[in-house]
Structures are given as C-alpha cells and as structure tokens.
Design a protein around this ligand. Structure first.
Ligand code: NAP
Length: 489
C-alpha cells in the first residue's frame, strides 16, 4: 500500500460541503496526496447546491483540513499543490437538467476512472444514479460509492439497490462501512487467518462468549434531525456492529478477494437466530439518555438536543444477545452494545475463552482462570491477550497479566485513517472491504423484526443518565447467563 496508484481518476464528491466530506473525505485525500498515493493526474470535483466558486470552496476546505489532520501534518506547500487538484461546481442532484454541465466538466478526462462518491442522503441516491446514466456518465469506467445507512428497512434498502442496480453493475457499487477500513479490524483477519495459534480455538468448544461494544461519549452532535428518524439500531447495529460480528464469526474465505470474503460474511448474517415477538424483551435492551454529567460537566437529555422531538421514543442505546445457529458457534452468545453519551468512548471486541476445566492451584487462588483476547478499535488500535501467570513470591497464587500489542508503538508509522485506505481501494477497484447487496439486505432482514418487535410492545426506551454505562437492564441481560460487560467502571 505504499506505491503511487497507476490509475488516473476523477473523484466526484456529491455533498462536497457536508460534514462527512469536510471531516473525513477531504482530509483523507489530502493525506493520500501528501504521501504520493494519488496518480499525478487525479482530480477531485466537489458538488453541492451552495453557490460557491472554486476559490471560496478551497478556502473552506483549507480551514477544515488544517483542523482535522493530526497536529503538525498540515503543510502549506502540500496544501497549495493539493488545492490544484480540487474544483467545485454547484449542482442539485435532484435536477436532471443540471447533469449535462457535470458531463461537460468531466469530458476532458474521458479515458479516466470516475469515482462518484455519494456523501449525500440515501433519498437522493437513486436520482443521482439515474441522472448520471442519462448523461452517459454511468459507463464501464464509473464506480459509485454509497454511504451508510442504506435505507431504513429491508424494503427501502431493496428499492435503493434496485434503482442503483438498474444503472450500475454490482461490481461497480461500493457500499462503504468505514469500520472495515480500520487497521485493527483488518488485523483481526490477520490474527485469525495469518496465525496457526487461534483458529483451532476459535469455536464453541473453547470460546465462552463474545462482546462487541461501540460506545461514544458524544450525543447526536447537531445531527438530531437525522438521528431521531434512525436510532442506534439502524445507525450502528445494522451496519458497523453486524459487520464486526461477521468478521469475528465467519469461516476462512478461500481467497482474500471480494466475492470469497463477502460470501462468508453473508453466511453468518443468514445464520443469525431471529429475534422477534417475545424474544425482543428477553434478548434486547433499548435505552435513551436523560440528563447527566461526565467529569463534573452537565450533559443534556436526548430529547433536549437540537432537532429532536421532545416526545421522542428513539433509542440512543442498544444491547443485544445474539446467537449464531451454525456448528462453529452454537451455544456461544454474542453480546452487542452501542450507545451515545456514554461514560467512555471505546470500540472493542472481546473474545472470552472458557475457563480451565480444573483448578489445579486451588479454588479462590487467583480467579477467573480464563483467557481473553481484546481487539480495540478506539480510542487506540491495539490487541491484547490476557493470560494467567504466577504471582511473584511464595506459593502458587495466579494473577492475570496482559500481552499487549499497540499498533502505533509496534510499527512506529502514522496510522492510516479508514477513509484513506477505502478511497484507494475504490480507485483500484478492490471491493473486498465493501458490502455487497445481499449482505446489506440480509442484515436488514434480521434487524427489521427487532424494530417491529419494539414497536409492537409499545415500550419506551429505558432511560440512562448521560455519561453513564447505559441502562441497568443492559447489565442484567448478561448477568442472566453469568456474564458481565468487561468495562473498567
Ligand atoms: P451533511 O453535513 O448534512 O451534508 C450533506 C451534503 O449533501 C451537503 O454538502 C449538502 O450541501 C449536500 N446536499 C444535500 N442535498 C443536496 C442536493 N439536492 N444536491 C446536491 N447536494 C446536496 O451530512 P453528512 O453528515 O455529511 O452526511 C452525508 C451522508 O453520509 C449521510 O447519508 C450520512 O448518514 C452519511 N454518513 C455521515 C457520516 C459523518 O461522519 N458525517 C459518517 C457516516 C455516514 P447543500 O445543502 O449545499 O446542497
């Protein structure tokens, strides 16, 4: 991944003035430019409705990039070169008549790869694809990138997929889930399939349970209008958490290439035991934050956030007990949890192995006698393995010690942001880390009945104080099976 791409490309960012573009996509492109991964002729054309000229757009981007790249990484000379790649054009994607202008702007690069990055809203995806097609831009060299969430339900996701599919071949569609671009997530694959050590143990005979947590300290951060319609289940579980679960649980693919990897992930989604009807009460917890505090700072309740309905029933927290009905995982609970305005920001996967079958060193002398593998994605990317070791001194008292691999320290290299890696994959046409249509639909097929179950039982989400670890019911969910969330509370 260090060579310069041999592919000259036009990257067209729809929604080029938005939060995602400014905070993630353009800083990622700046780094790719700085580190010489982009072809010298690659250009970036940003589009949105705002009537800006290229100069004022570049000023806006400069402000954001200097704020969002790591301290010391903004370099005026590099920026000046990068800015030369960058253009802006006002365009309303819902207006077909505006697309001939776009076709004209891209005419000069007729032989180049074209990446259409849809950093707008799912409601606009179908019209954008249709209008690109109508002016001949949805051709062999075009690739389309779709941001999550893709739809609000199986039906709406299918509709978007059908409309996109009527214009772009599936091999040209890149449905992005930036969690898959994270180094630690790819390291999970390296750990599982690049080492002989773990795979024989990676099954129900040896694994007790798995926890996948994606916890944020932030609330809805000005995105209340969107979030109130979506909720944590659609915003996080349907995509990020289920994708992480797939990578933990899938069988080894025959090759590390798109179809083989995605076939294995889909099989896991199809093996998820449905949660519907009464199961919803036993195996799920929904929460919503009320006012609270963190480190002495008062935090608002969700229903006081901007653009959120005061009577909102939207969940900002979800905990689930998930079962995978296949030979490898039968009987192993996978606990998934995500929440906003939590006590701590962390994304991690915990693999808890079973305890030793017999306590050779006596009861009570150093519990719990089981090993644990923790793959941490945020705030730092690291992998740690807890082992039992003898405590120094007389007698055989055991204590837990950790083998730690912190990637930043181990490799002494700047960590790539997920969007850098994924943008380069799109340019190179490698869809291994992107979701295929059937995966997205299989995930919705499992998620829809849970949401329906919540609606049918008319229960409001359980309140939890902002800045806490979520509703007590999320702890009880695990306690029933003798487990507990592995938090440092
Ligand atoms: P945002 O800040 O509201 O930006 C939306 C962008 O779309 C703006 O540039 C807006 O500019 C443009 N736009 C809206 N309607 C348009 C139209 N008819 N024609 C052309 N451009 C139009 O939203 P965002 O947070 O960047 O999110 C964009 C998408 O990415 C959403 O689907 C979101 O769920 C997803 N996403 C965002 C993040 C994130 O970190 N922000 C992370 C993952 C996924 P004008 O209003 O000037 O047209």
């Amino acid at each position: 991944m260090s060579a310069q791409s041999s592919i000259a490309c036009d990257i067209v960012v729809f929604g080029g003035t938005g939060d995602l573009a400014m905070r993630k996509l353009l800083p990622a492109l700046y780094y790719l430019h700085r580190d010489r991964h982009l072809h010298a002729d690659t250009r970036v054309l940003a589009l949105a409705r705002a009537r800006l000229d290229t100069d004022s757009y570049r000023q806006q981007v400069r402000r954001h990039i200097s704020q969002y790249v790591a301290q010391g990484d903004f370099d005026e000379a590099v920026w000046q070169q990068f800015a030369q790649r960058l253009d802006y054009m006002p365009l309303d994607v819902s207006q077909r008549v505006e697309f001939p202008r776009l076709a004209k702007a891209l005419e000069a690069g007729a032989e180049r790869v074209r990446v259409f990055y849809l950093a707008t809203f799912p409601e606009l995806f179908a019209a954008t694809a249709r209008h690109l097609h109508s002016v001949g831009l949805a051709d062999e060299r075009a690739r389309i990138v779709l941001e999550k969430p893709l739809g609000q339900s199986l039906e709406s996701a299918r509709q978007i997929n059908d409309e996109i599919g009527s214009v772009f071949d599936e091999s040209k569609v890149f449905r992005i889930d930036h969690y898959l671009g994270k180094e630690a997530v790819q390291n999970l694959l390296a750990l599982r399939f690049g080492n002989a050590l773990f795979e024989p143990l990676w099954r129900n005979a040896h694994i007790d349970h798995v926890q996948i947590s994606v916890l944020e300290t932030v609330g809805v951060e000005g995105r209340g209008g969107y979030y109130d319609q979506a909720g944590a289940m659609r915003d996080m579980v349907q995509n990020h958490l289920l994708q992480l679960l797939c990578l933990v649980a899938m069988e080894a693919p025959v090759h590390f290439e798109p179809e083989a990897v995605r076939n294995e992930k889909r099989k896991i989604l199809e093996a998820l035991r449905p949660i519907s009807g009464m199961d919803v009460q036993d195996r799920t917890v929904r929460g919503q934050y009320s006012k609270g505090s963190r480190a002495g700072e008062a935090l608002p309740a969700y229903y006081f956030e901007k653009s959120v309905d005061h009577d909102s029933n939207t969940e900002t927290f979800v905990a689930l007990q998930v079962e995978i009905d296949n030979w490898r995982w039968a009987g192993v609970p996978f606990y998934l949890r995500t929440g906003k305005s939590m006590a701590q920001r962390k994304s991690e996967i915990v693999i808890q192995f079973k305890s030793v079958p017999y306590r050779l060193f006596g009861e009570g002398r150093g519990s719990p006698m089981h090993n644990r593998l923790v793959i941490r994605l945020q705030p730092d990317e690291s992998i740690s393995l807890s082992l039992m070791a003898k405590s120094p001194g007389r007698g055989m008292s055991l204590q837990e010690v950790e083998l730690d691999l912190n990637f930043a320290e181990a490799f002494n290299k700047r960590r790539w942001d997920a969007y850098e890696r994924l943008l380069l994959d799109v340019i190179e046409g490698d869809a291994t880390l992107f979701m295929r249509r059937d995966e997205i639909e299989a995930a919705w097929r499992w998620v829809d009945p849970v949401i329906q179950g919540w609606q049918d039982c008319y229960r409001s989400p359980k309140r939890y104080a902002a800045g806490s670890w979520g509703p007590d019911a999320a702890d009880s969910l695990l306690e029933r099976s003798g487990h507990a969330w592995l938090d440092e509370r």
